[in-house]
Design a protein around this ligand. Structure first.
Ligand code: SF4
Ligand code: F3S
Ligand code: ZN
Length: 103
């Protein structure tokens, strides 16, 4: 499961589509955690898609991660600022790849 304390345990490696990427990143095998308020561990996501289907405000979009061992696409939280903290995505992800911190 995604580390709920990733902000303390990781460093920002880069920016992607306007959000932070928390490292380590070593593409294509290691992709890090994308987003901060809505965070998706790309190294755990296996492209189930439930988060994209269920998010009421369309926070997620697919992004390509060719060569990653778990899946070639990932749910990217490109609209994380729109999140209304309903926690649906956290509940439906079968591999617990998502952390939402209402803070
Ligand atoms: Fe979307 Fe709700 Fe997840 Fe926020 S908590 S990203 S609104 S499903
Ligand atoms: Fe990935 Fe979980 Fe969404 S596996 S596509 S983050 S439901
Ligand atoms: Zn991203």
């Amino acid at each position: 499961a995604i580390d709920p304390h990733f902000e303390a345990n990781r460093d920002v490696a880069e920016q992607h589509e306007g959000h932070r990427v928390w490292g380590p990143v070593d593409e294509p095998e290691q992709q890090g955690i994308h987003g901060t308020h809505v965070a998706v561990d790309f190294d755990i996501c296996m492209a189930d898609g439930a988060c994209l289907e269920d998010c009421p405000v369309d926070v997620f979009e697919w992004t390509d991660t060719p060569g990653h061992p778990e899946s070639d696409i990932k749910a990217d939280p490109i609209n994380e600022t729109q999140c209304i903290d309903c926690m649906l995505c956290v509940d439906v992800c079968p591999v617990d790849a998502i952390d939402v911190d209402p803070g």
